[in-house]
Write a protein that binds this ligand. Structure first.
Ligand SMILES: Nc1ncnc2c1ncn2[C@@H]1O[C@H](COP(=O)(O)OP(=O)(O)OP(=O)(O)O)[C@@H](O)[C@H]1O
Length: 237
């Protein structure tokens, strides 16, 4: 059984249709990318997967659970990367991890997590004083502190320099190596090509293509995923 199964998902905000019948599956152990043009419905879909929004139609199963009906059970098994602005600037890195660890029945060891994410030397620093890359690592650490089976990472490397981006990619590969399935929402095609086993390309509320980055490139005879993305989303307009 797939870890995530979305079938014919539909969601509107008033008269604006945000998601028009989206279907895809994510297998256990994959890094699965959600790519798409602005306003394509990626965030809405991911929010429905987390049970934060109720779908208007279609079905969603995450870890065999219904995200709305089983939200409490799902929250314990899914780690979601927080946007940085949601953490108080004065909170220290270790305090943040210990606080989040206290929400879970079987949390990760905070010291092990600090080491794994290269945050040990920053453990006593307050969040507001960290660099963009360090903040990003804290947000990933918080997504992992509950030892989730699924980690949802959204716009992971936005605003990071090329070194910090590469370090973050290695981190994501390390997460997958521990058996965690990763759902990665990104606008960066190089990131998707490097990290994702498979991707779904969203455009105007629909999935216009699903496959491996290499398979999608070949399907439209493109030399990069970026070119394939432009071609696939343009032809869908
Ligand atoms: N709370 C809301 N109320 C009304 N319309 C919304 C709301 N949230 C999103 N939308 C609209 O739904 C559509 C899909 O938005 P969504 O945020 O899911 O797209 P996205 O793919 O995540 O976009 P981006 O890449 O720009 O973040 C857009 O047209 C957006 O304007």
């Amino acid at each position: 059984m797939p870890l995530i199964e979305v079938t014919d998902l539909r969601k509107s905000y008033g008269s604006r249709v945000a998601v028009h019948g989206v279907s895809f599956t994510v297998e256990r152990g994959e890094i699965f990318g959600i790519l798409g043009t602005n306003g394509a419905g990626k965030t809405t879909t991911v929010e429905c997967l987390q049970g934060l929004r109720r779908a208007d139609g279609g079905t969603i199963s995450v870890l065999g659970l219904d995200p709305v009906a089983d939200r409490a059970a799902l929250t314990r098994r899914v780690g979601v990367q927080l946007q940085e602005s949601r953490l108080p600037a004065k909170l220290r890195v270790r305090e943040a991890l210990e606080l989040f660890a206290s929400f879970y029945p079987d949390p990760a060891d905070v010291d092990v997590l600090l080491d794994r994410l290269g945050l040990r030397e920053h453990a006593c620093r307050s969040f507001g004083k960290l660099s963009g890359g360090q903040k990003q690592r804290v947000s990933v650490a918080l997504a992992l502190v509950g030892q989730p089976e699924l980690a949802i990472l959204d716009e992971l490397t936005t605003g990071l320099d090329p070194h910090a981006r590469r370090e973050t990619w290695e981190l994501v590969e390390g997460i997958r190596a521990t058996g965690v399935t990763v759902l990665l929402v990104t606008h960066f095609m190089d990131e998707a090509e490097r990290l994702c086993d498979r991707v779904a390309i969203f455009d105007a509320g629909r999935v216009v293509a699903t496959g491996t980055p290499g398979g999608l490139r070949q399907s439209v005879n493109a030399s990069t995923l970026d070119d394939a993305f432009v071609s696939l989303t343009r032809s869908a307009r």
